[in-house]
Design a protein around this ligand. Structure first.
Ligand code: PGA
Length: 251
């Protein structure tokens, strides 16, 4: 069965005290609900802080980045095994901020995906077109290329072993959301591609989240679309009230 997943990408925000408070507020709100699946992705130094708050709760821990190598002289980077050892279950790969601001290319992201698949973490692979690409009617080409290149050589036993986040770059942090129809058009295209890559049974179980200025007032309409199975939330995940409202819109 396909899962609905609401993930909060805290980006480079929160200190220890704020992380504790935010995680506690969400844990209290979720209680023992297991649907939707809720994931918190704090900055790396806050992973253990958040894990300590949510460890006896259905809320899960995710990281914002991972390096493809298992260990080595890679100053500033973290490995898949390290993330597992501090309690992560998910890791974001290919966020547009990593692609654009840190120059991460598809081959590198493919190496990350392959590495993550050797362990227990589930990748949340972010894909999406820029405004320029959308205006040039290149959206579908771009999505197809990212799926093909980033998931090259990836095999799946189960649709739950991969999460896709469709995040149009022009909608991230801009307050400009894709309409539910615009998003659904791309999500159903992604589903078709996943069917071709992994077969119908597996593709049907893959959660495809939407991300880009998801807020309490647009979450329900987006999530009611047949191929929008969750949200990757930036700004609105930094306040208990707004993230809780998005969780409720999914549940
Ligand atoms: P936003 O960020 O909700 O602030 O637009 C989404 C994301 O970057 O994942």
């Amino acid at each position: 069965m396909r899962r609905t997943i609401i993930a909060g990408n805290w980006k480079m925000y929160t200190d220890t005290g704020e992380a504790k408070k935010l995680a506690q507020g969400i844990a209290d709100h979720v209680g023992n609900r297991t649907e939707p699946v809720v994931i918190l992705c704090p900055p790396s130094p806050m992973l253990t802080t958040v894990f300590n708050v949510i460890q006896n709760n259905p809320v899960l821990l995710g990281a914002q980045n991972v390096h493809p190598e298992p260990y080595g002289a890679f100053t500033g980077e973290v490995s898949e095994a390290m993330l597992e050892s501090v309690g992560c279950s998910y890791v974001i790969i290919g966020h547009s901020e990593r692609r654009i601001l840190f120059g991460e290319k598809d081959v590198f992201l493919n190496d990350k995906a392959l590495r993550v698949m050797t362990g227990k973490l589930t990748p949340i692979l972010c894909i999406g077109e820029t405004l320029k690409e959308r205006e040039a009617e290149q959206t579908f080409n771009r999505i197809e290329q990212q799926l093909r290149d980033d998931l090259k050589g990836v095999t799946l036993k189960n649709g739950h072993d991969l999460v896709i986040a469709y995040e149009p770059v022009w909608a991230i942090g801009t307050g400009r959301t894709a309409t539910p129809e615009q998003a659904e058009e791309v999500h159903s295209f992604i589903r078709e591609r996943l069917v071709k890559m992994f077969g119908t049974a597996i593709a049907d179980d893959i959660t495809i989240q939407y991300g880009g200025s998801v807020k309490p007032d647009n979450a329900k309409d987006l999530l009611s679309q047949p191929n929008i199975d969750g949200a990757l939330v930036g700004g609105a995940s930094l306040k208990v009230d707004s993230f809780a409202a998005i969780i409720d819109a999914a549940g």
